[in-house]
Design a protein around this ligand. Structure first.
Ligand SMILES: Cc1cc2nc3c(=O)[nH]c(=O)nc-3n(C[C@H](O)[C@H](O)[C@H](O)COP(=O)(O)OP(=O)(O)OC[C@H]3O[C@@H](n4cnc5c(N)ncnc54)[C@H](O)[C@@H]3O)c2cc1C
Length: 224
């Protein structure tokens, strides 16, 4: 295989909203991706938030790619009105869960797999060590790690002398990217749209392109 044909294997840590969006973006572009989620359900934090109303409407919590994929898979799939104020559980049921169950993502999803360490071997590939709920340990290899484990998760990889707080999307560790709320200093700072912008930027970097915006190539969402 020539260098030009090389497609990195991608490991995505965490299946929250941003991990799922990163997964569908990767799979849409044809990358081999695996998503490791420690819980038995994707985005469990939102599933369990239940009736708490989210502060932003549905239209600001979805991507055009995600909506297009769900509509392509099931023409009867109904999404809430763009301005609908949703509870966390409604958002979970109407978007995040179908996304996780979509053809593009479901094959890649490893639920109940907690990532316990990430290190590089001598061949410069990442080794992702995971522990199942039953305590069984398994290792996976990857060329690129996308860390979407959310706020409060400890850092696996640090450059010497760098504080954990400064590990962010543009961190200097090669082939290790931190996205979503984990890349923000405070949870309040996190905006879903910024997470999508990070995904777009990251895949442009991986594809060695100035710009690569799959979201812009998707049909506009026709809100009812
Ligand atoms: C009750 C509640 C209400 C909220 N309301 C709002 C709101 O109104 N507006 C708003 O913007 N935000 C709100 N949030 C915050 C919102 O949930 C986060 O901003 C959003 O989920 C961040 O997405 P993320 O994908 O970056 O991270 P997360 O959603 O935190 O996802 C991280 C995922 O990584 C998994 N994970 C962590 N460690 C590991 C590991 N070692 N191995 C494998 N998997 C791992 C976690 O289980 C999780 O599924 C609320 C949160 C809660 C709990």
């Amino acid at each position: 295989m020539s260098d030009e044909d090389f497609q990195p294997r991608i490991a995505i840590l965490g299946a929250g909203p941003i991990g799922l969006e990163a997964a569908i973006y990767a799979r849409y572009l044809g990358y081999s991706a695996e998503v490791f989620e420690r819980e038995e359900l994707p985005a469990k934090i939102l599933h369990h938030a239940e009736e708490r109303v989210l502060d932003r409407p549905f239209s600001e919590r979805v991507s055009t790619l995600g909506v297009a994929a769900l509509q392509a898979q099931d023409s009867k799939w109904k999404f809430p009105a763009s301005s609908a104020s949703l509870s966390a559980a409604e958002y979970y049921r109407s978007y995040l869960l179908p996304l996780a169950e979509s053809d593009l993502v479901s094959d890649s999803l490893r639920l109940g797999m907690e990532v316990v360490s990430v290190s590089r071997d001598t061949e410069e590939a990442w080794q992702i060590a995971c522990r199942s709920k039953l305590g069984q340990e398994t290792e996976f290899g990857a060329d690129v790690v996308i860390d979407c484990r959310g706020k409060g998760s400890e850092n696996f990889v640090e450059e010497e002398g760098q504080s954990t707080e400064s590990l962010c999307f543009l961190n200097p560790v090669a082939d290790y990217y931190v996205l979503g709320s984990k890349s923000c200093v405070t949870a309040e700072e996190f905006l879903f749209a910024s997470g999508l912008a990070q995904i777009r930027e990251l895949f442009a970097i991986l594809g060695e392109r100035e710009d690569l915006d799959v979201y812009a190539t998707m049909p506009p969402i026709e809100w009812k």
